[in-house]
Design a protein around this ligand. Structure first.
Ligand SMILES: [Fe+2]
Ligand SMILES: [Fe+2]
Length: 138
């Protein structure tokens, strides 16, 4: 069972960023499935590292996209990404210190930040990008 399924409420209307968000969700679900199957140790640690890499890459791509569309909230969004990666590193270190054992707290963090960030924060640059696009095309 996945920790979370993709649904329309996560669709921000920017296809490339939606695709990244789905990739992030896929890795989260992979970690959750492995955990549910009783896995711990290197398998979990490797998946957690992969999630960190996928998020780091996505944040960089997203920041480049926001720059391209002249999003006025770029700087504060960058700071939020930075803080998320710091928090993620803390959680990843805790999983590692526990011998590659994920727990409820870890999954709660992932789920909360994914949903809150996409719906509350990412949706804002998407709105900006899509409204500038309609102005340019209209
Ligand atoms: Fe973001
Ligand atoms: Fe994002």
């Amino acid at each position: 069972m996945p920790i979370m399924n993709w649904d329309q409420t996560l669709d921000i209307g920017v296809p490339a960023m939606n695709a990244d968000h789905r990739d992030i969700l896929d890795v989260m679900n992979e970690i959750f499935d492995a955990h549910e199957a009783g896995q711990e140790g290197d398998i979990i640690n490797r998946l957690v590292s992969r999630l960190g890499a996928v998020c780091t890459r996505h944040f960089a791509d997203e920041e480049a996209f926001m720059e391209k569309v002249d999003y006025p909230g770029l700087n504060s969004h960058k700071l939020i990404h930075k803080k998320l990666l710091e928090d993620f590193s803390g959680h990843a270190a805790a999983v590692k210190a526990a011998g590659g054992k994920a727990n409820e707290e870890f999954f709660g963090f992932l789920k909360r930040w994914l949903v809150a960030h996409i719906r509350g924060i990412d949706s804002k640059y998407a709105e900006h990008a899509n409204s500038s696009l309609s102005v340019a095309n209209g």
